[in-house]
Design a protein around this ligand. Structure first.
Ligand code: HMG
Ligand code: MG
Length: 300
């Protein structure tokens, strides 16, 4: 069995987690959540997104969140289009994530454009930002399954990843948006990505809708992946992907990896402190195994 000694956790709770909440969570609480995540040892984090406040009102405080970001960690902001970049440029943040769905139907629901139209808009933006020293991550939604089209062709996912790599992004995060991938599918896609794009940072992003995310992570580890998007408390989901529930919980991933002797640099007690900050503001209960265990089996 081939496993890495170290894994990088990219915490996506403040963005993927809070975008899917029923209500707007106040900006100061979000800032406190982000601060506590940094104190827990998180080194890379998606903190917000520059998207339309009409589409995703939960992210309407993006400028304020970015201006208050921790400077010692890679604090990433998502942007879907040029308008988002214009807003981002009001700040001094140089870590961004663009996002596109392999599936056209999903991309239209999420960004109101076809996949091709999104790529045509993003490619020159990527070139401009790279020339200006930005770190650019590309999030590949519906890399396995689409809520509207069903199974997505692996070839189409690989093609989109190659296109982004050619455009000059630094990182690719391939997502199981609706939590349907199996460990075999995870192993196969990430093995191919590792082989075909050996020089780019590769990350796996699993939603845990059907409780297969930990198994998928274990499969991706064996394909050579050592970067995982996870969300404190397992919060999250895309408002435009029906049925997509939370991301795999950071604490469950950190616990599992730790028990296997794989280092993440994340302190579980401090992670629980971070989750405690956000829990009272959430519209749903946290049901990650480690968090429940840390509370003696009960949620406060
Ligand atoms: P649109 O309505 O087609 O936009 O939405 P438009 O270009 O026609 O503009 C309409 C209005 O929106 C205009 O304002 C624009 O200025 C404004 P008005 O003149 O009406 O006052 N606008 C913006 N405002 C702020 N920021 C912007 C922006 N762009 C236009 N960037 C749009 C197109 C992309 C804006 C919309 O569809 C949108 O905001 N979509 C975001 C959806 C989203 O956030 N999804 C969740 C993130 S992706 C995800 O969760 C998946 C991931 O986790 C991986 C996985 O699990 O799969 C990453
Ligand atoms: Mg997601």
């Amino acid at each position: 069995m081939s496993l890495p000694e170290k894994v990088t956790i990219i915490e996506v709770g403040p963005r993927d987690g809070l975008q899917n909440e029923d209500n707007f969570i106040d900006t100061e609480t979000k800032k406190e959540f982000i601060k506590k995540l940094e104190l827990a040892g998180i080194q890379e984090m998606e903190i917000t997104s520059f998207v339309s406040p009409k589409w995703v009102p939960q992210m309407k405080d993006a400028v304020s969140i970015v201006n208050a970001r921790p400077r010692e960690v890679r604090a990433i902001a998502l942007v879907p289009n040029r308008k988002g970049i214009e807003k981002l440029l009001e700040t001094d943040c140089k870590d961004i994530a663009v996002f596109v769905g392999v599936s056209d139907s999903f991309n239209r629901k999420n960004i109101n454009k076809s996949t091709r139209e999104s790529m045509a808009e993003l490619k020159p933006i990527i070139a401009e930002l790279k020339a200006d020293g930005f770190f650019i991550r590309a999030c590949i939604s519906t890399a396995f399954y689409c809520p509207y089209e069903g199974k997505v062709s692996t070839l189409d996912t690989l093609k989109l990843c190659h296109e982004f790599a050619k455009a000059g992004v630094d990182e690719l995060s391939a997502a199981d948006t609706i939590g349907m991938a199996t460990p075999i599918e995870s192993f196969l896609l990430f093995s191919k990505l590792k082989k075909e794009l050996p020089t780019i940072q590769l990350t796996a992003h699993f939603h845990d809708t059907r409780k297969m995310a930990l198994a998928n992570i274990f499969a991706a580890l064996q394909a050579g992946i050592d970067r995982f998007d996870t969300s404190a408390g397992g919060i999250g989901g895309c408002p435009f992907a029906p049925g997509a529930s939370g991301n795999v919980a950071t604490e469950d991933v950190v616990y599992m990896l730790g028990r296997m002797g794989i280092e993440t640099g994340v302190d579980l007690d401090r992670l629980v402190d971070a989750i405690d900050v956000i829990t009272p503001h959430l519209s749903r209960k946290i049901d990650s195994g480690f968090y429940r265990f840390s509370k003696g089996g009960h949620q406060p």
